[in-house]
Design a protein around this ligand. Structure first.
Ligand SMILES: *Cc1c(COP(=O)(O)O)cnc(C)c1O
Length: 357
């Protein structure tokens, strides 16, 4: 079948991905570990990796994704951000030369039982305040001494992850703790996510780990991506499939959440939460119709949502709608819906056709 049964689609702008990689390159002289977890933040794993092929590494969670990249011919460092979960993954990691985060005593024990010599590049994760993954500062010195002499370990990269790089608190406390622990060791380091990369050059070190900025969204609340020269990569488009006139007092959608206070023209758009649009987006969430900014009305349904045409007089059935992306930063839609751009992009569902150019 070569026709579209429903007008919704996501367009992935590959030249924008490449532009955003150049922004990273200009901002940091470090090697770039492009973060492509969660299907490259919803953009398509292999598609994104191909567009970002100039990066020195790719970071993800699923070992199957890393193997797929290796088999597709990628020679870069491929890093598993949560490392291995079971000892039986270790031979696969060695065979495909996959680098692994090591963050827990349980992983250390599995490594001890792995007989292959010089088999793995490990990224030793230190918990400097995030309290999610990583060895504590108290555990770190002993783990470090052990891994330095570990027969299965070929190379060590020291890493940590910041909890507040995008907020006023910043990174000072965590950076100081990391330096205090690791300054004595001559090994490559990796600290910065997108926010730290853009805001704190002192955190750059040997490897930076940008994610969100590669996809053209800003990591900072209230600071647009455009200010950094970033361009949106994903644009979610659909069309108007129905237009109607409301009288004062008419209600719209489930629970009648929106009530017209005057006569007005509205439309129904082919996009709902089953496409990944946030159900919690309230009346007033920004949306483009015919390239003009307007607002959503009432509750988002599974397959449809409603929009206000009061200011878009020329809109008819078939008029183009942009849910986010080019012309409407995904951050603005996310803020209106009480979430972040990351969640919206990752949430795009499999039924939405994706085209890349
Ligand atoms: C997701 C992730 C990143 C990328 O973060 P962004 O805010 O998207 O730049 C970097 N490092 C780790 C460990 C991550 O999990």
């Amino acid at each position: 079948m070569n026709f579209m049964s429903r007008p919704i689609q996501a367009r992935i702008d590959l030249s924008a991905l490449q532009n955003n990689l150049r922004v990273v390159r200009r901002a940091a002289s470090s090697r770039i570990m492009a973060v492509i977890k969660a299907n490259a933040y919803g953009h398509g794993l292999l598609r994104a990796a191909e567009a970002l092929a100039e990066a020195e590494g790719f970071a993800m969670l699923d070992v199957r994704d890393a193997v797929a990249l290796r088999e597709a011919g990628f020679r870069q460092t491929l890093l598993l951000l949560e490392g291995f979960f079971k000892a039986d993954e270790l031979p696969l990691l060695a065979e495909y030369e996959l680098a692994s985060v090591i963050h827990s005593p349980q992983q250390l024990a599995m490594l001890d039982a792995f007989p292959r010599r010089n088999a793995l590049q490990v990224w030793l994760k230190v918990n400097t305040g995030m309290n999610r993954l990583g060895f504590t500062p108290e555990q770190f010195p002993a783990v470090m001494e052990k891994l330095k002499r570990h027969p299965a370990v070929r190379e060590i990269v020291l890493m940590t992850h910041f909890a507040h790089a995008d907020e006023p608190e910043g990174i000072a406390e965590q950076l100081e703790r990391f330096r205090g622990l690791t300054d004595a060791y001559r090994m490559p380091r990796s600290l910065a996510n997108s926010a730290a990369l853009l805001r704190y050059p002192s955190s750059h070190s040997e490897w930076v780990r940008p994610g969100i900025m590669l996809y053209g969204a800003s990591p900072f609340a209230g600071t647009g991506a455009q200010q950094f020269g970033l361009r949106p990569v994903m644009t979610l488009n659909s069309e108007i499939i129905s237009v109607r006139e409301l009288k004062a007092g008419d209600r719209v959608g489930y629970a009648g959440l929106f009530c017209a206070d005057r006569a007005m023209r509205i439309a129904t758009v082919a996009c709902g939460y089953a496409d990944g649009y946030p159900r919690h987006a309230p009346t007033g969430t920004p949306i483009l119709v015919n390239g003009q900014r307007t607002r959503t009305l009432g509750r988002v349904s599974m397959d449809m949502l409603s929009v206000d045409l009061s200011e878009v007089a020329d809109a008819v059935v078939g008029s183009p709608v942009t849910l986010w992306g080019e012309g409407l930063p995904v951050e603005e839609v996310a803020t209106a819906a009480g979430t972040i751009s990351y969640e919206l992009m990752c949430a795009l569902t499999a039924r939405v056709p994706v085209t890349a150019a």
